[in-house]
Design a protein around this ligand. Structure first.
Ligand SMILES: *[C@@H]1O[C@H](CO)[C@@H](O)[C@H](O)[C@H]1NC(C)=O
Ligand SMILES: *[C@@H]1O[C@H](CO)[C@@H](O)[C@H](O)[C@H]1NC(C)=O
Ligand SMILES: *[C@@H]1O[C@H](CO)[C@@H](O)[C@H](O)[C@H]1NC(C)=O
Ligand SMILES: *[C@@H]1O[C@H](CO)[C@@H](O)[C@H](O)[C@H]1NC(C)=O
Length: 359
């Protein structure tokens, strides 16, 4: 491609896909690159629930049945709880996994109020592990309680389930099979999928697919990132290759049962989540945007590359009650991965978007 690198082409696409400050309406970018105007009421409003200090990297989140948010941190191996409905939004520390770990990433529920969390071994700027093991911990919140001042009066039960010495950089995690105790975990560095049995602690790489790898030209060497199961398929985002893909998966082994296919083009995606209607909502950490894939078409719905509104948005989860089913809770790192305009870093936050107007 002559003197143009793919990275510079991607940067151009990012500029095209961004909402220019003051522009009346955003554009939708189809997987073929065609641009269309759209009449949804966009951008959607981003509402801050809690804002931390600089630097704080909120990495991922899960919603408890009671509506509280469990937030993993990447600037330290911390799991914290934030209650969007409480007067005080100050986080309660659920656990610090200790100095053997650099941070926490994926989180998924398997069993009522029992969550599994990825704790990452220390790693270098190339995301290669520098010591120890990455591990998965069980966090049982059935014994957890806090008083109205946020003081913990009942401790969670925390157990290490497995060390994964062969893993590169474990990232997104989701539940594959509740009865069998299976979760799947993205290894972003190796571009593979692990299946872990949380009852036995055994694990294997069960899918190794080309669409899970980063391109050699990517700004970070991270491929498969977010993972979700829907209609018998594993859906996965890829940070270092602008594709959103799926592959049929066995719910009893975690192995592929068919070949992979690309669903849509999504630039520099971190994690993503499905809304109940099947639309997929992507947190584009490295370009400060939230976009939606609907019928193979990608639409920017909040944030833009020049704005701190969603600086470093990492992951989203929808509420679980009828009232919050269209509320998308989001975590951000304030631009710690890629600063806004190359230099602006703001406090990481936990925020929400009411997505009801995006039909
Ligand atoms: C990594 O985990 C394996 C399996 O539990 C263990 O044998 C090994 O000692 C661990 N390595 C480090 C550096 O902690
Ligand atoms: C994953 O990547 C790391 C770092 O490059 C490497 O040391 C490790 O062997 C890889 N794991 C597997 C299962 O290939
Ligand atoms: C991983 O492979 C081993 C050996 O084939 C098998 O016994 C185990 O059940 C597998 N674990 C998972 C989680 O698939
Ligand atoms: C980023 O740069 C653009 C273009 O110069 C400017 O409009 C915008 O305000 C800047 N954003 C921040 C957060 O400084």
């Amino acid at each position: 491609m002559s003197s143009f690198t793919l990275a510079s082409v991607l940067r151009t696409l990012i500029l095209l896909a961004s909402i220019t400050p003051g522009a009346p309406s955003p554009v939708a970018q189809s997987s073929s690159g065609r641009l269309e105007s759209r009449t949804n009421v966009l951008p959607l409003t981003v509402n801050t629930i809690y804002q931390a200090d600089v630097p704080t990297w909120h990495e991922n989140l899960a919603v408890r049945a009671n509506g509280q948010l469990l937030v993993t941190r990447m600037d330290g191996p911390i799991l914290e709880l934030i209650d969007p409905a409480a007067t005080s939004k100050t986080p309660i520390i659920i656990n610090n996994f200790g100095s053997a770990y650099a941070g926490c990433l994926g989180i998924t529920e398997l069993g009522s109020d029992i969550f599994y969390v990825v704790a990452a071994a220390p790693f270098g700027s190339d995301f290669v592990k520098t010591s120890g093991n990455s591990s998965v911990f069980k966090v049982d919140l059935n014994t957890f309680a806090a008083d109205s001042n946020g003081v913990v009066v009942g401790n969670p039960i925390i157990t290490k389930i497995a060390d994964l010495p062969t893993a590169g950089f474990l990232n997104g995690m989701t539940t594959l099979n509740v009865d069998a105790g299976l979760v799947v975990i993205a290894d972003s560095l190796n571009g593979t999928l692990y299946t872990l049995n949380v009852k036995t602690g055994t694990y294997n790489v069960t899918i190794d697919d080309a669409k899970m790898k980063a391109l050699s030209t990517a700004i970070t060497p991270l491929g498969i990132n977010g993972v979700k199961i829907r209609n018998g398929c594993l859906y996965f985002s890829n940070t270092g290759n602008p594709i959103f893909s799926r592959i049929p998966i066995s719910s009893t082994t975690g192995a592929a049962t068919g070949s992979s296919s690309v669903v849509a083009t999504v630039l520099q995606s971190d994690d993503f989540v499905f809304r109940a209607d099947g639309t997929a909502w992507f947190s584009q950490n490295q370009i400060q945007c939230e976009s939606v894939v609907k019928n193979g078409m990608t639409t920017l719905v909040a944030g833009n590359s020049y704005s701190t509104t969603l600086a470093g948005v990492t992951a989203g989860q929808f509420g679980r009650s009828k009232a919050t089913a269209n509320i998308l809770y989001l975590t951000t790192n304030g631009g710690l991965a890629v600063p806004v305009n190359g230099s602006v870093i703001v406090p990481g936050k936990v925020a929400y978007i009411d997505t009801s107007s995006f039909a």
